[in-house]
Design a protein around this ligand. Structure first.
Ligand code: FAD
Ligand code: PYC
Length: 417
């Protein structure tokens, strides 16, 4: 057995407060120059760096993060993964991500705890049900597993649901994606970080970017709290701060940044073995491996950068959850937080080139980008390395807001925004 991991080594490390544990990734000082810099050390930024190094041979690159890895929306989301989007363009990119999820722990040699426990999207009215049917048929045409359940089948799949929904939210049916589920969010950031670092990528934390140098319409470098870094390519992957970074480079984005809240209960024994979402009720719930109910809401409808949110939104979400799941009524909530989500007018992301040569943008995932993490990093790495979008992300250009070729996914986004 490798000495480092022997039982004695574990005991010794416990006494020394793990001081001689090997770091999972280095903490290098920034170099004066890189071939590319990715701004934002969330899942999408780290995945981009990993695929840049692994698939495109770009290893003289850095990820620059203002705080700690995964401290943005990556570590704050409710971890739901699915690919049941309406339009062909979305189905293709989210299903590409789903296929990468299915091999991700092996790819990274890191357990991201991907659990395909099934995702239910509830319908509460005949018009909800028509939307469910339309999306399921569209999913099937795109080769995505998706089923229509009637109320009785919902009850069989998830017996904890009270189909009467407290009278306010009767359940008339649902869509079910069995390959959907959850993954451990921070493990995704750490897994990509460790694998990217092993390929030579510099991961630089606590290093906010506060300026982007553009000369004659072309990027030259970035100003950071740890000095100027020269680079011909910059990938901006900062979620709720996308418009702030775009402003530094002198262009505008059709993005609004709003708080989205989640909360977890005290841990209890396993009771809920699937994911339940309701777009109409603005609530979604699953149970973590620790036993906590993980619950999320719709967005707080104001623009802001505080990672908190207002009190009435979780209150309404909890009251809806209690009506759908009377079994959870006496559970206590332990923690609540917010993340800043970057919402686009058509509830679809922007992944591509910008008006500044050498600057690429990956944003607008709004309330639903966690599920896309591997696919987003994969296509964005292609875009940065090749200076042109991959066919999977070509439809998600910034230019679509000029041409009018919008990809409206408000229904499939399933979380009000
Ligand atoms: P982030 O993880 O936010 O990473 C961006 C990083 O950029 C941050 O770490 C930030 O510190 C950094 N940064 C910002 N400004 C600067 C700067 N000036 N210099 C350097 N670094 C900077 N999606 C799903 O698919 N399923 C869900 O169940 C789900 N639930 C959600 C629940 C909540 C409460 C929230 C808030 C979001 C949820 N989402 C969900 C959305 C999902 O979390 C995001 O779309 C996704 O995590 C975005 O990843 P990212 O890497 O782009 O962003
Ligand atoms: O997009 O599936 C989703 C989602 C679930 C919770 C927040 N977003």
């Amino acid at each position: 057995m490798n000495k480092r991991y022997s039982i004695f080594s574990l005991a010794r490390n416990a006494y020394t407060r793990h001081e001689d544990w090997q770091e999972a990734w280095r903490s290098p000082a920034p170099k004066a120059r890189y071939d590319a810099v990715i701004i934002g050390g969330g899942g999408h930024g780290l995945a981009t760096a990993y695929y840049l190094a692994k698939l495109h041979g770009m290893t003289n690159i850095a990820v620059v993060e203002r705080g700690w890895l995964g401290g943005g929306n990556t570590g704050r989301n409710t971890t739901i993964v699915r690919s049941n989007y309406l339009w062909d363009e979305s189905a293709a990119i989210y299903e590409h991500a789903m296929k990468l999820w299915e091999g991700l722990s092996r790819e990274l040699n890191y357990n991201v705890m991907f659990s395909q426990r099934g995702v239910l999207n509830l319908a509460h009215s005949p018009s909800d049900m028509r939307e469910v049917q339309r999306r399921v048929y569209a999913n099937r045409l795109n080769g995505i597993d998706s089923e229509i359940l009637n109320a009785q089948q919902v009850k069989e799949f998830c017996p904890q649901i009270d189909l009467r929904g407290g009278g306010r939210y009767p359940v008339v049916g649902a869509s079910l994606q069995r390959r959907g589920g959850t993954a451990r969010h921070d493990a995704v950031a750490w897994g990509y970080a460790r694998a990217a670092d092993a390929l030579g990528v510099d991961i630089i934390q606590e290093c906010p970017v506060h300026g982007i140098k553009v000369v004659d319409g072309k990027v030259r470098g970035i100003e950071t709290a740890r000095g100027y870094i020269e680079t011909p390519k910059v990938g901006i992957v900062v979620a709720g701060h996308s418009s702030v970074l775009a402003e530094m480079a002198g262009f505008r984005l059709p993005v609004q940044s709003m708080p989205l809240q989640a909360l977890v209960s005290e841990p209890v024994k396993p009771t809920l073995d699937c994911v339940v979402m309701s777009g109409a009720v603005h609530a979604y719930v699953s149970q973590s491996d620790k036993g906590e109910l993980v619950i999320g809401a719709g967005v707080d409808h104001y623009i802001g950068y505080g990672q908190r949110g207002s009190q009435q939104v979780p209150e309404e979400t909890i009251s809806a959850i209690c009506e759908l799941f009377p079994i959870f009524r006496r559970m206590r909530m332990m923690r609540q937080w917010g993340g800043i989500v970057d919402t686009c007018p058509d509830a679809s992301p922007i992944i591509g080139k910008t008006p500044v040569e050498g600057i690429y943008i990956n944003c607008g995932w709004g309330t639903g980008g966690f599920k896309a993490t591997p696919g987003s990093g994969w296509v964005f790495a292609h875009t940065v390395a090749c200076d042109e979008p991959h066919p999977l992300n070509a439809p998600f250009s910034l230019d679509r807001y000029r041409t009018g070729y919008l990809i409206d996914e408000h229904g499939a986004a399933a979380v009000a925004h």
